[in-house]
Write a protein that binds this ligand. Structure first.
Ligand SMILES: *[C@@H]1O[C@H](CO)[C@@H](O)[C@H](O)[C@H]1NC(C)=O
Ligand SMILES: *[C@@H]1O[C@H](CO)[C@@H](O)[C@H](O)[C@H]1NC(C)=O
Ligand SMILES: *[C@@H]1O[C@H](CO)[C@@H](O)[C@H](O)[C@H]1NC(C)=O
Ligand SMILES: *[C@@H]1O[C@H](CO)[C@@H](O)[C@H](O)[C@H]1NC(C)=O
Ligand SMILES: *[C@@H]1O[C@H](CO)[C@@H](O)[C@H](O)[C@H]1NC(C)=O
Ligand SMILES: *[C@@H]1O[C@H](CO)[C@@H](O)[C@H](O)[C@H]1NC(C)=O
Ligand SMILES: *[C@@H]1O[C@H](CO)[C@@H](O)[C@H](O)[C@H]1NC(C)=O
Length: 730
């Protein structure tokens, strides 16, 4: 066994038994640590200890496990007397072990960066009977500064987070304790050390140059990670030392969390992540646990129907999923309504809290979290904001398997460094860049990372909500954003938050500049969210034009290729019909220069619906590459004045007489289906006596505009036919 959790009596008798066992070990080191709970920090400490075989080579005991912590809120105020009392009780049994070296360290905010041999060697080199950690800041009583012996260099003040010494001497130090559990341990040791007589008789000194103990408080700028082939160490650059015990005391816990993402062997350049597969949950052996999915729509969000579709395609039994939606936007009620109508029986349950409830974001997030907390069958709470496009269908499984109390999948804004986590915090709690942030976002370093802040999407264990995070209202704290508030609460409860970038999970979309005053607003997102725009509006086989020559030439120099998805066609037609002011196909046309159109169509210009900029961008992005392919050597400027949707119907205009286009080349995209939406239609090119009678929805023709390609629009005999046309490079 690696740790040891007996009651007081059992502990003492065990230590008595143990000393013989211990002394038969080559390393005569006893490691004593104090922990009252198995926090994430404790597990991390034990992991580093096991890595260096402390638990095998040394005697080992965890004092206080299961006891209520009475040592005060250490780190923020004084306290910690309980630690001295426990150490005193343990040392009584070991007072006569002259050769036994005792190392007493904290555990929650501490890791080992080196092994027991190194500690013993360095302790011997220090040539004292008792050695305390040192730091540059004095605590808790600043008035004692003058009483400290002066030193030429190094850290001057005592820190009680690390003590090493021979058992009889440690015993003599701690046997002087007669205070209370909530009295201050550091002050107690300091007073002994500052008494010249006791200092000398107990042969005490401090580890001034961080040979063994590195306290990070006040020293963050002194330390660096030193990457070796198997192992990562902490290097103190001021004393050029490689400390063995690294302690995130004071306000440096976050910095220790960062270092412990590497030290001692958590991640390195050679092997990558070495603990990512430790303690994983095997879902193949398990029946799938219940997950509550909390969806938060806090602002108008592009591609919301697609967001909901992705929830539907998650690879997870839907009867294990309960869905809670907070929708703050009246605009989105129609999307949710539609999704619910189509999928009302898919999930175990589906609950929506709408804008009429007027909940603040914090209240809504508390409500979602509380639904899982109060439902003891809820094993995981998965919170996702509407701006997260989860493209990985395995996300829920992958996060559950990773088995962390809080874990988020890395999602980033396309081709940006923007993501859903921060690697460090500034002093006032806002974003600060960590040395590894960019590498993690760009997946140059892959692993599971302990980080101080995450948002947008994460999973919390139900058991964590019912234990460490059992208070409610975690999202409302002072004036912080709800997510900052949650993260601060989690940090203060000592619950580690992880982000994993071991897989591609998806992306963050931009909700900025989302104008919802159009009819189909996502059409306008070509600039702001180009990836999602393409996914929604560009034909699935478009890219095959370039990879598989997926294109046809039904008439000479008339190229025919897929470009728009069904949705693009439907939404453009919908947008035009919503606008509704068709030109009527008259020669007099105020919309164009000169005011006269020789071959007029019944149409609406893109400009009229405010879509001309976006349309031209579409031409440059998706039409120009095709042009280059078919008219090789011709580089289009992608410029067009005439961009419009034409409507052919027997009741109004049914056909268009033969004409040339005022363009170098023309595109003509069919926006609906022959036979289902209309009869007749098509296009005839006179020079070649060649007709195309069966246009395909979403496919475009591309042909030269002048001279060679005199053409006409064949009559639509029934229904309504729509096409989108551009005269390019006029
Ligand atoms: C710990 O012990 C194992 C087994 O003896 C050994 O393979 C490993 O190298 C040791 N670890 C260290 C850091 O010395
Ligand atoms: C402290 O102990 C060491 C041996 O561990 C001894 O060499 C040294 O002289 C002692 N120092 C004092 C001041 O007693
Ligand atoms: C919604 O809540 C806010 C703040 O809580 C309040 O100022 C506002 O009047 C409320 N609106 C409605 C319609 O109740
Ligand atoms: C949103 O679109 C409408 C309609 O096209 C337009 O009048 C308005 O100026 C746009 N708003 C912004 C902020 O761009
Ligand atoms: C894409 O091409 C494949 C193979 O030619 C075809 O089976 C599929 O239906 C096409 N997809 C669409 C959306 O038209
Ligand atoms: C045009 O083609 C049709 C059949 O596709 C044919 O019947 C007709 O004679 C042709 N016209 C000319 C002028 O070649
Ligand atoms: C025209 O279309 C409608 C429905 O779209 C259909 O009911 C009708 O039969 C069609 N007429 C002809 C002449 O095909």
């Amino acid at each position: 066994g690696s740790s040891f959790n007996p009651g007081r009596k059992k502990l003492l008798s065990a230590l008595r038994l143990w000393k013989f066992v211990c002394l038969s070990f080559s390393e005569k080191l006893l490691v004593l640590t104090v922990a009252t709970e198995e926090t994430d920090g404790f597990h991390r400490f034990m992991q580093s200890a096991r890595y260096f075989n402390y638990t095998v080579k040394c005697c080992w005991a965890v004092l206080g496990m299961g006891e209520a912590w009475k040592g005060g809120d250490v780190g923020r105020s004084i306290g910690g007397g309980q630690k001295v009392r426990l150490l005193k009780e343990a040392m009584e049994a070991l007072a006569d072990q002259e050769d036994l070296v005792v190392l007493s360290v904290d555990s929650y905010d501490l890791i080992f960066a080196g092994g027991p041999e190194e500690i013993l060697r360095k302790f011997q080199q220090a040539n004292h009977k008792v050695l305390f950690a040192a730091e540059g800041l004095i605590w808790p009583d600043k008035r004692l500064a003058d009483k400290y012996p002066s030193i030429r260099s190094g850290k001057r003040y005592l820190n009680s987070g690390g003590i090493i010494g021979y058992a009889p001497y440690i015993n003599r130090v701690v046997s002087q304790w007669n205070l209370h559990d909530n009295d201050d341990d550091q002050l107690f040791y300091t007073k002994i050390y500052l008494d010249p007589l006791r200092r000398e008789t107990l042969n005490m000194t401090l580890d001034h140059k961080c040979q063994i103990f590195q306290n990070l408080n006040g020293a963050v700028d002194e330390v660096l990670l030193k990457f070796g082939t198997d192992r990562v160490r902490v290097r103190n650059t001021v004393y050029d030392s490689l400390p063995v015990v690294v302690h995130g005391n004071g306000n440096t816990k976050m910095y220790l969390n960062y270092m412990a993402n590497y030290v001692p062997n958590t991640w390195n350049y050679e092997h990558g992540c070495s603990h990512c597969d430790d303690d994983v949950v095997d879902l193949s052996q398990l029946k799938y646990p219940n997950v509550l999915v909390g969806v938060f729509i806090e602002q108008p969000t592009p591609f919301l129907p697609e967001f909901f579709q992705r929830l539907l395609t998650l690879d997870y039994p839907k009867d294990k999923l309960k869905v809670f939606v907070h929708n703050n936007e009246v605009y989105h009620e129609k999307h949710i309504q539609k999704f619910w109508e189509e999928n009302r029986n898919v999930f175990n349950s589906f609950k929506v809290v709408g804008p009429e409830e007027n909940l603040s974001q914090g209240e809504a997030r508390n409500m979602g979290m509380d639904l899982c907390r109060k439902d003891t069958t809820c094993a995981y709470y998965f919170s996702i904001d509407s701006d997260v496009m989860l493209t990985n269908r395995q996300t829920l499984k992958l996060l559950i398997e990773q088995n962390r109390k809080i874990i988020g999948p890395l999602v980033t804004r396309h081709s940006k460094l923007w993501s859903n986590f921060w690697g460090a915090l500034s002093l006032d709690g806002y974003y600060a860049r960590s040395e590894d942030y960019v590498d993690i976002v760009q997946k140059k370093r892959v692993g599971v990372w302990n980080i101080p802040y995450m948002a947008h999407v994460y999973m919390v264990k139900g058991s964590t909500l019912r234990n460490e995070l059992k208070e409610r209202n975690y999202f409302v704290l002072e004036k912080l954003d709800p997510d900052m508030s949650l993260c601060r609460n989690a940090r203060e409860m000592g619950v580690f938050m992880y982000i994993t970038n071991r897989h591609d999970f998806g992306r963050l979309i931009s909700t900025a500049n989302y104008n919802i005053s159009h009819y189909n607003n996502d059409l306008w997102q070509i600039y702001e969210n180009p990836v999602d725009w393409k996914e929604k509006y560009i034909h699935k086989n478009y890219s095959k034009i370039f990879t598989e020559n997926y294109m046809e030439e039904p008439c000479p120099d008339v190229f025919w290729f897929p470009v728009f998805s069904e949705k693009a066609c439907d939404e453009i037609v919908g947008e035009m019909e919503h606008y509704g002011t068709w030109s009527g196909g008259r020669h007099m046309d105020k919309r164009i220069a000169g005011g006269y159109e020789t071959v007029p169509t019944d149409d609406i210009h893109m400009k009229q619906i405010g879509f001309d900029k976006e349309w031209l961008h579409f031409i440059r992005e998706f039409i120009s590459p095709v042009t280059l392919k078919v008219f090789s050597g011709y580089y289009t400027k992608g410029y067009a004045v005439m961009n419009f949707v034409v409507k052919y119907t027997p009741e109004r205009q049914a056909y268009l007489r033969p004409h040339h286009d005022s363009s170098t080349f023309t595109i003509n995209i069919a926006l609906n289906n022959k036979d289902t939406d209309f009869q007749g239609g098509g296009c005839r090119f006179h020079r070649y006596n060649c007709s195309i009678n069966s246009p395909r929805k979403g496919w475009s023709f591309m042909h030269p505009g002048r001279l060679t390609h005199l053409h006409e629009g064949l009559p639509t005999t029934n229904g309504t036919r729509y096409i989108a046309v551009s005269f390019i490079d006029p």
